[in-house]
Every structure is written in structure tokens, then in C-alpha cells.
Design a protein around this ligand. Structure first.
Ligand code: COA
Length: 258
């Protein structure tokens, strides 16, 4: 797969997507969002991909936000379309992606960049990374799910503080808030992220998909999370990987998942 704004690489069942607009601090323009959608769609169907790492090129930025130059002249209608399309094609898409997605936060994760990281299932940040939702300082609010996902991760009080102050926090602070899972040195960022991805990749794919679905269901208003869990749990029993996983345990050997 080749794209203009992103790079996609795969090694040992782990795909690495790098947003590659370093001169614009990897800001998310329309084309980049579309390319990310296409790349994720392709990886979803590729059985050799078990886990996806998502990062930004260079050491300065993960993603410094939605591309301000692209939406500065928009009216209300165009703004609603932008937010809706972005949420559907990328942010909800990643949140509901059936394979684990780890955001590898190598620098500034601001606005749409932090929203992108929050849509991922897990976040690992470099010590030097800085995070914030500065939209109100531009006269707007987060529109790619930030007001919803931040409050879920950090609680309402911290989310209000970050959104209303438009301030930035350092990685260690973000970890204390529950916004990122782990903080490591810039130097170790990719290797630690790959190690975590490797741990996930060893597990049964249908079970990973079922777990993501069930956990996400708890944050939806239109379904009963416990019911979704029962159905997803039961579905696992129909998969060859379940038979292999339980059999391998009983035979005291490592499983060979499909
Ligand atoms: N949209 C469009 N372009 C962006 C961008 C964004 N969100 N963030 C950075 N860029 C561009 C800058 O315009 C600049 O381009 P130029 O060289 O063509 O002028 C380039 O990236 C480098 O950014 P610059 O501001 O010069 O770097 P800096 O080190 O001085 O500051 C930041 C870094 C992250 C603090 C600053 O770029 C910033 O505040 N960005 C916007 C963050 C934001 O508000 N995001 C939310 C958007 S809704």
C-alpha cells in the first residue's frame, strides 16, 4: 500500500501506520483521514495483521490537530459534515476496529491528534509528548469525539479542565489522569509499543475482536453491555481458536492460533 500522507509497514503480524506530514506537524487534513481509513480497511481484511500501531513521523509531533488551514473558512453546514464524516470514517472506525490499535504518541498530540489517540484502544507516550485539546482557544470545540472520549478516560472534572483551559499537559501528568497507559523514553517508545503489540498478537484473533466489542459496548447508550458480552463470549465458543486454546491448555502446550 502506498499513500501520499501516511506510511504503512508490517513486521511479524504488527502493522505500523505513520502519519507523514512532518512539515505540518502531521496535522490531519481530509486526504490524510481518507488514507487512514483506506489503510485501516485494508488491514482489517488482512489476516496477517493482528495489531496496529499508529504514530506520527519525526520526534516533534504525533499529530498537532485537524488541519486548521483546511476548515478555517467553513460555515456551520460544512463544519457539521466535516465532524460527522471524520467521526464515521476514522475515529469511530478505529475505536470499533476488531484488532487492537495502539497509539504511539511520539510528540504533540493536540486537538484532532489527541482525539485520534483516544480513539485507539491503548496509548503509549514518549516522556516528551504533550497533550491537549486547544480548540476553544481557536473559537471552536473538539469535533472528533474529544468531549466524549476524554471524559470517559479521565472523568468529567479533568476533561472539563483540559477542554475549558485549552491547556497542554505533559506525558507523566497524562498517565496520572488515565489518559495514557504508559510513558517511556522517546528512544524506547517504538520498541516498548511493539513489545506490547507482540503480547496482544499472540492471542486468539476472534477473542481479541470479541473483547474490543464487549468493552466498547459498555460505553454505548443503545445496547446493554452485559448482553453484548454474553453474545460475544458465546461466539468465541464457535471458533477454531477457542477449541485450540482450551485444548492446548489441557495438553500443557502453547496454542497455535489461526
Ligand atoms: N493545522 C495546520 N497546520 C498546522 C497545525 C494544524 N493543526 N499545527 C501545526 N501546523 C503547521 C504550522 O502552521 C507550521 O506550518 P508552516 O511552517 O507552513 O507555517 C508547521 O506546522 C509547524 O508548526 P509551528 O506552529 O511553526 O511549530 P511550533 O513548534 O512553533 O509550535 C505547536 C508547535 C504544536 C504548539 C503549534 O504548531 C500549534 O499550536 N499548532 C496548532 C495546535 C492546535 O490548535 N490544534 C488543534 C486544531 S483544532
Amino acid at each position: 500500500m502506498t499513500f501520499d500522507n501516511i506510511l504503512v509497514d508490517q513486521q511479524d503480524k504488527i502493522a505500523l501506520i505513520t502519519i507523514n506530514r512532518p512539515t505540518k506537524l502531521n496535522a490531519l487534513n481530509r486526504d490524510t483521514i481518507q488514507e487512514l481509513h483506506l489503510a485501516f480497511s485494508h488491514l482489517e481484511k488482512d489476516p496477517s495483521t493482528r495489531v496496529v500501531l499508529l504514530t506520527g513521523s519525526g520526534e516533534k509531533a504525533f499529530v498537532a490537530g485537524a488541519d486548521i488551514a483546511e476548515f478555517a473558512h467553513f460555515d456551520e453546514n460544512a463544519a457539521a459534515k466535516l465532524a460527522r464524516k471524520g467521526q464515521e470514517t476514522l475515529f469511530h472506525f478505529i475505536e470499533n476496529f476488531p484488532k487492537p490499535v495502539i497509539a504511539v504518541i511520539n510528540g504533540f498530540a493536540l486537538g484532532g491528534g489527541l482525539e485520534l489517540a483516544m480513539a485507539a484502544h491503548v496509548r503509549i507516550a514518549a516522556q516528551s509528548a504533550k497533550m491537549g485539546l486547544p480548540e476553544v482557544s481557536l473559537g471552536v470545540i473538539p469535533g472528533y469525539g474529544g468531549t466524549q472520549r476524554l471524559a470517559r478516560l479521565t472523568g468529567k472534572g479533568k476533561a472539563m479542565e483540559m477542554i475549558l483551559s485549552a491547556g497542554m499537559i505533559a506525558a507523566d501528568e497524562a498517565c496520572k489522569w488515565g489518559l495514557v497507559n504508559q510513558v517511556v523514553s522517546q528512544e524506547d517508545l517504538l520498541s516498548v509499543s511493539k513489545k506490547m503489540a507482540g503480547k496482544m498478537a499472540r492471542n486468539a484473533s476472534p477473542a481479541l475482536a470479541a473483547a474490543i466489542k464487549a468493552v466498547n459496548a459498555g460505553y454505548r447508550h443503545d445496547v446493554d453491555g452485559y448482553e453484548v458480552e454474553i453474545a460475544a463470549f458465546a461466539h468465541c465458543f464457535s471458533t477454531p481458536d477457542f477449541k485450540e486454546g482450551t485444548q492446548a491448555f489441557l495438553e500443557k502446550r502453547p496454542p497455535k492460533f489461526q
